[in-house]
Design a protein around this ligand. Structure first.
Ligand code: AMP
Ligand code: ZN
Length: 478
C-alpha cells in the first residue's frame, strides 16, 4: 500500500503524491511568539516533523515553509508594557522556540518566514483581492467580504447559508458557527507599529499573513497545508477564501490537522493556564527524547492526554530500545546468518513502513518495533541470533530512529535547561514573571500543588522570590 493521508477537505483517506511527483510543497502554521510555546503546541510541531521525516524517507524532496507570527494584538500589548519595540520583544521568544525545537530534534523547515519581513507580499495580496471586488473598507481597516466567496465553509464543513452580510470582526479568532467578514488590514491606531500601504497605514491581519507567504514561496497550489485542529476554522477557512479568490485555483490539495494535547481531559492552552513548557519539564529533570517520544507516540488525529506517568513510560520505552541496541553490539555470536531471523527483520521493516504509510500511524509503528525487539531478545537468549543478523537488526533500528529519533542520548536535561536559562542571561522579564505567577495561581485553583510548587521553585532558580500574602502574591528579585 502506498502513502495515504486523511484529508480534512474531502473528509476521506486519500493516496498522496506531490503534484510534480518529486518535491512536496508544504506550509505549516508556526508559532505566535508572544511567550514560550507549550508542549501542546509542540505536539503539533512534532507531528509535522514526523510527517517531514516520513516524506523524506519515501524519497521525496521537501519545500516546507513555516511562518512565525511576530506581530499581533498580544505582542503589541506585551511589548508596550515593557516599553520595547516589538522586534526586541519577539526576538526572545523566537529564539526560545528554535532552541526548544532543536532540543526536541525537530528538523528546520526549508524556509522560516517571519510575518513582519513579508508585509510587502501581504499588501500585494490585499490589492489583488480589492481589484477583484472581495474587500471593503471601514474606519480605515480593510475587510474580506465572505459573501463574495460561495465556497466559504468547505474546509470546516459548516453551512454558512445564513451569512449576515457586512457583519465584521476585527479579532483573529471568533465563534465557530458565526462566520463574519474578517480583517485583512487593521488601520493604524495610536502609536502602535504600522506599515504604509496604498489603502492606508496599518498592519496585516493574521489570516492574510499565511495566504500571502504560502503563495509567494510555494505557488498557487500547495501539496500539503497542516496545523492543529483549532486552526480549521476560521484561520484555514479564511486562508482558502483569500488564496482561491486571488488565484482561482485550489489552494492546498491536502489539509492535515492534528488533534490536541490534553491535560486532565482539557485542551492544554495558554488561556486556561493548564500548560507546561518544554523548559518546565526539562527543569524537572525529564529528557527531551522522552518528551519527543511521548508527543509522537499517539497518532496525530487522536487526542493525547499528557500525564507524568506517560512521560515516565516513554523514558522506559526508550531504555528498552537502547538496551537492545547495546546487546546487539556487545553479545558474542556464532558466525553466519539465521534466515528465519533475517526474514523476521525484513518483516519488521515492512510493518513499520505500512504503519506510517497509513496516515502516519505512529502507535502501530511503535507496537511492531517493540514486538520485534521482544522476539529478537528471545532469539538472542536462545542462541538463534547469529553474527550477520546483527546487520539486519541494526537496519531495523536505523529506520526506526530516522523517524522517531530518540535513541541517541541527548545532553543532560538539567544542563540543557541551564543553558537555555543562561542564554537569556537568567533574567525573566516582569511580564514573564507575572505570567508564571498567574500559571501558579491557576494550578493552585485546580489543586495541582505539585505544579504550583514546581513553578515557585523554577522562579526561585531564576532569582525570583514569591511571597503569598492575603492580598495576593508579591514577588521580588533576589
Ligand atoms: P499558536 O502559537 O497558538 O498559533 O499555535 C501553534 C500551533 O500549535 C497551531 O498549529 C495550533 O493549532 C497548535 N496547538 C495549540 N494548542 C495545542 C494543543 N493543546 N495541542 C496540540 N496543538 C496545539
Ligand atoms: Zn496560518
Amino acid at each position: 500500500m502506498a502513502l495515504r493521508f486523511y484529508n480534512t477537505l474531502t473528509q476521506q483517506v486519500e493516496l498522496f503524491q506531490p503534484l510534480d511527483g518529486n518535491t512536496v510543497r508544504m506550509y505549516t502554521c508556526g508559532p505566535t511568539v508572544y511567550n514560550f510555546v507549550h508542549i501542546g503546541n509542540f505536539r503539533t510541531f512534532t507531528f509535522q516533523d514526523i510527517l517531514r521525516r516520513w516524506l523524506r524517507h519515501l524519497g521525496y524532496k521537501l519545500n516546507h515553509v513555516m511562518n512565525v507570527t511576530d506581530v499581533d494584538d498580544k505582542i503589541i500589548k506585551n511589548a508596550a508594557k515593557e516599553h520595547k519595540p516589538i522586534e526586541e520583544y519577539t526576538s526572545v521568544y523566537t529564539k526560545a522556540f528554535f532552541e526548544d525545537a532543536a532540543a526536541l530534534r525537530l528538523q528546520q523547515p526549508e524556509h522560516v518566514a517571519p510575518a513582519t519581513r513579508h508585509v510587502d507580499v501581504m499588501v500585494k495580496a490585499i490589492e489583488e483581492l480589492a481589484a477583484k471586488g472581495y474587500t471593503y473598507t471601514s474606519d480605515g481597516s480593510t475587510y474580506y467580504r465572505i459573501s463574495a466567496f460561495p465556497d466559504y465553509g468547505k474546509l470546516s464543513h459548516n453551512d454558512f447559508g445564513g451569512i449576515r452580510a457586512g457583519a465584521r470582526v476585527d479579532v483573529d479568532e471568533y465563534d465557530k458557527a458565526d462566520a463574519r467578514d474578517f480583517v485583512l488590514w487593521k488601520a493604524r491606531r495610536g502609536d502602535e507599529p504600522f506599515w504604509d500601504a496604498p489603502f492606508g497605514a496599518g498592519r496585516p491581519g493574521w489570516h492574510i499573513e499565511c495566504s500571502a507567504m504560502a503563495m509567494s514561496y510555494l505557488g498557487e497550489t500547495l501539496d500539503i497545508h497542516a496545523g492543529g485542529v483549532d486552526l480549521i476554522f476560521p484561520h484555514h477557512e479564511n486562508e482558502i477564501a483569500q488564496s482561491e479568490a486571488i488565484s482561482g485555483k485550489p489552494f492546498a490539495r491536502f489539509w492535515l490537522h492534528s488533534e490536541h494535547l490534553h491535560i486532565e481531559s482539557q485542551k492544554m492552552s495558554k488561556s486556561l493556564g493548564n500548560f507546561y513548557t518544554l523548559r518546565d519539564l526539562l527543569e524537572m529533570g525529564y529528557r527531551p527524547e522522552a518528551i519527543r517520544y511521548l508527543l509522537a507516540s499517539v497518532p496525530y488525529r487522536k487526542k493525547l492526554n499528557f500525564t507524568f506517568e506517560g512521560l515516565k513510560a516513554a523514558e522506559r520505552s526508550i531504555e528498552r530500545l537502547r538496551d537492545f541496541e547495546i546487546r546487539l553490539t556487545s553479545t558474542k555470536l556464532a558466525p553466519g546468518r539465521n534466515e528465519v531471523v533475517s526474514e523476521r527483520s525484513r518483516d519488521a521493516i515492512r510493518k513499520f513502513e505500512e504503519s506510517l504509510d497509513d496516515d502516519l500511524n505512529t502507535a502501530e509503528a511503535l507496537a511492531s518495533t517493540f514486538e520485534y525487539v521482544r522476539a529478537m531478545n528471545t532469539a538472542l537468549d536462545e542462541g538463534q541470533f547469529q553474527e550477520e543478523n546483527r546487520w539486519d537488526a541494526a537496519r531495523v533500528l536505523e529506520i526506526f530512529d530516522e523517524i522517531f529519533d530518540v535513541l541517541k542520548p541527548g545532553e543532560d536535561a538539567r544542563a540543557l535547561a541551564g543553558q537555555q536559562a543562561a542564554a537569556q542571561n537568567g533574567k525573566l522579564s516582569d511580564v514573564e514573571i507575572e505570567a508564571r505567577i498567574e500559571e501558579r495561581t491557576q494550578a493552585k485553583k485546580s489543586r495541582d500543588f505539585a505544579r504550583a510548587d514546581a513553578i515557585r521553585a523554577a522562579l526561585q532558580d531564576r532569582g525570583v522570590v514569591l511571597e503569598d500574602t492575603k492580598d495576593g502574591v508579591r514577588w521580588k528579585r533576589k
